[in-house]
Design a protein around this ligand. Structure first.
Ligand code: SF4
Length: 348
């Protein structure tokens, strides 16, 4: 039987697992402390944990299943990691530096089936879902890298926006959130975590009911169905009539504003009339529009980057219409900047 990553267990799951095997209640706290606070990478390093307990853990779990394949570092401090999974598949994880802290963008699936027409990640179809352990390990590997550099830096924010549709791997993604939020472990505040979805409405309702208090971002990218279906084929199955009520439900349940992601594609969705239509669609919802200048991808040559003046004009039109918005600061422009680009290059 192949072993799974111990990072995939929530604290409650680990406690129950150990209790079932006759180990005292406090054992899980000890192991958790070694994993997330002292950050050891072998069971034998957990020197004060009972030997029988270590034996049963090491017979059933591994600590490290990911290995670093490639690392690209940008002049602005962004680092793109390409990790190899135990079965050889490659995934991408990105560390970004902001004024407010260090944020990591994690991948949730090997490839993606949503097939957004502008996306480098979706060029490679979904091979499989990542386990919760494989998602947590991305954070741990980046944190171990920071530990090694030795400046005492800590991952403080997480964005679930890498390769894959997080809501298409719902349970593992939710376990991942429970693990990284846990105050006994990495203790990353829910308000410092953002999950991004292409708009799987049914899952948005389920996610809202969990009341995890994390931020939700919706990849909107168009102000009407016709254009959105052209850019994102998921809109055919889940049009705005289904998506917008789900968004309203999340806002109401979480009592938080929602982020609407909008990639600006030259002459496709970046004109004044699009901004006006977007403002009308949003109305008085508690929403923040994140305008994202497009990073061109060779395979999607039909899309170009909007000119800077067009981006600013779009922003101004939204503002004038009372919409809270901003333009995303770009990271890692001197390395393979588009999400999934590093991985798709390596896979060719
Ligand atoms: S943008 Fe996200 S959901 Fe769409 S294809 Fe790319 S990875 Fe999948």
């Amino acid at each position: 039987m192949s072993k799974t990553s111990i990072y995939g267990l929530t604290f409650e799951q680990l406690s129950a697992w150990l209790l079932e095997r006759g180990h005292k209640k406090g054992r899980a706290s000890q192991v958790w402390e070694w994993l997330y606070r002292k950050r050891v990478t072998t069971f034998t390093d957990m020197v004060d944990v009972n030997l029988d307990c270590l034996k049963v853990l090491s017979e059933n779990f591994t600590i490290q299943t990911l290995t670093e394949h490639t690392k690209q570092e940008s002049a602005d401090g962004t680092i793109k990691f390409l990790f190899a999974l135990a079965d050889g598949d490659l995934i991408e994880t990105v560390l970004m530096r902001h004024k407010y802290g260090l944020s990591v963008c994690v991948t949730t699936q090997v490839g993606c089936n949503i097939g957004c027409s502008f996306c480098a990640s979706g060029l490679l179809k979904k091979d499989r879902d990542l386990s919760s352990g494989e998602i947590v390990e991305q954070i741990m590997n980046v944190q171990l890298h920071l530990d090694e550099v030795g400046k005492g830096e800590r991952v403080s924010h997480i964005v679930v926006m890498g390769i894959g549709e997080p809501f298409d791997n719902f349970e593992n993604m939710v376990d991942f959130l429970e693990i990284v939020k846990d105050q006994k472990g990495l203790e990353i505040g829910p308000r410092h975590i953002t999950v991004s979805t292409s708009g799987l409405a049914q899952k948005i309702y389920e996610f809202a009911d969990l009341k995890l208090q994390v931020n939700l971002a919706i990849s909107l990218h168009a102000p009407n169905n016709e254009l959105r279906t052209r850019i994102m084929k998921i809109n055919r199955a889940i049009p705005l009539e289904k998506l917008m009520p789900a968004i309203d439900y999340y806002i109401e349940k979480s009592n938080r504003r929602i982020t609407l992601e909008y990639i600006l594609l030259k002459d496709v969705n970046d004109q004044k009339e699009h901004a006006e239509e977007l403002a009308e669609l949003i109305g008085d919802r508690r929403a923040y529009v994140n305008l994202i200048p497009y990073n061109p991808v060779d395979e999607h040559s039909q899309y170009q980057r909007s000119e800077e003046k067009t981006v600013l004009a779009f922003y101004d039109t939204l503002k004038k219409n009372g919409i809270t918005c901003g333009i995303r600061i770009e990271h890692g422009t001197d390395i393979d900047a588009a999400c999934g680009q590093l991985r798709s290059k390596q896979m060719k």
